[in-house]
Design a binder for this molecule. Structure first.
Ligand SMILES: Nc1ncnc2c1ncn2[C@@H]1O[C@H](COP(=O)(O)OP(=O)(O)OP(=O)(O)O)[C@@H](O)[C@H]1O
Length: 274
């Protein structure tokens, strides 16, 4: 099943005004059910814009966009997805448990079921002992985990994450990456993940979507086939090969192949995403 499908999607901010910005143009992308897809590209290339379009926080200027086979607006109303951004965005006056319960509350889920689901999600992210704490009593990494638990509480079909680990130290970041993959595998959730980190994109993803500078376009989609991830994955030849491929794609330089030894001199190779 297709979780997300974009066809010919474009976004122009402030159209027709002096401060018009063509943020995205001709974006074609499909994310299959259960897939993990990262978006990577230079600052300002439209990664967050793409995520916000899928979340129906903003609307496309052109093209079509469906989430779970429905228009993005309907998917939002049906709460088909959860969102986690770089800032955890927790409510300081609510306990950890009540922060995670919030989307269920908004959905009208009964009190007991709300509590059960929130506790289940907090268990998944390893925070079962912190349900009664307030956000200020937690570390940054723990707050991020609460935000992930909250995003997953409605059992979303799709998880949208915008640099959720950007502000974390490397060790916490690696631990949360593993937790995220475990949770996604357990819940069958599809994920679109924005990051500036090439190793993070390669480690997490089934596919890495590479975007060009403004106006943002998809210039490459790199398939990553590393099997189940573990500590050994981070040291593996396949992992480093994936990193090299993404780095080359970001530079606009395709990987050389035996049939085209001079391929690296072609600086403008463009591959259309499917
Ligand atoms: N609400 C808005 N109004 C006008 N322009 C906007 C708006 N939101 C984004 N833009 C512009 O759209 C372009 C893409 O922005 P976006 O935030 O999607 O980039 P990004 O790839 O996520 O960047 P970064 O990696 O720095 O977070 C930028 O030029 C930005 O200035």
């Amino acid at each position: 099943m297709t979780a997300v499908a974009l066809s010919g999607v474009g976004k122009v901010f402030n159209a027709g005004r002096a401060d018009q910005v063509v943020a995205l143009t001709g974006v074609d992308l499909t994310v299959d059910s259960g897939q993990f897809v990262s978006l990577i590209g230079p600052s300002g290339c439209g990664k967050s814009t793409l995520l916000r379009l899928v979340a129906d926080l903003i609307q496309p200027t052109s093209g079509t966009l469906t989430v779970a086979g429905k228009p993005a607006r309907k998917a939002r109303l049906d709460q088909e997805y959860g969102i986690a951004f770089q800032q955890a965005g927790l409510f300081e006056w609510r306990t950890v448990l009540r922060n995670v319960e919030l989307p269920l509350e908004l959905r009208g889920t009964g009190r007991r079921e709300r509590k059960r689901r929130a506790e289940e999600m907090l268990e998944l992210v390893g925070l079962a002992d912190f349900t009664g704490h307030y956000p200020a009593q937690l570390s940054g990494g723990m707050q991020q985990r609460v935000a992930i638990a909250r995003a997953l509480a409605v059992h979303p079909l799709l998880l949208l994450m915008d640099e959720p680990f950007g502000a974390l130290d490397e060790m916490t970041r690696e631990r949360l990456q593993d937790e995220l993959l475990r949770i996604c595998a357990q819940t069958g959730t599809s994920t679109i993940f924005v990051t500036h980190s090439i190793p993070e994109a390669v480690y997490l993803s089934d596919r890495v979507v590479v975007m060009s500078p403004r106006p943002g376009r998809i210039t490459d989609v790199i398939e990553i086939d590393l099997g189940p991830r573990s500590e050994a994955t981070r040291q593996s030849a396949g992992f480093f090969a994936g990193i090299t491929k993404v780095r080359r794609a970001l530079r606009g330089t395709p990987a050389p192949t035996s049939s085209s030894p001079s391929a690296s001199s072609s600086a403008s190779a463009e591959v259309t995403a499917s």
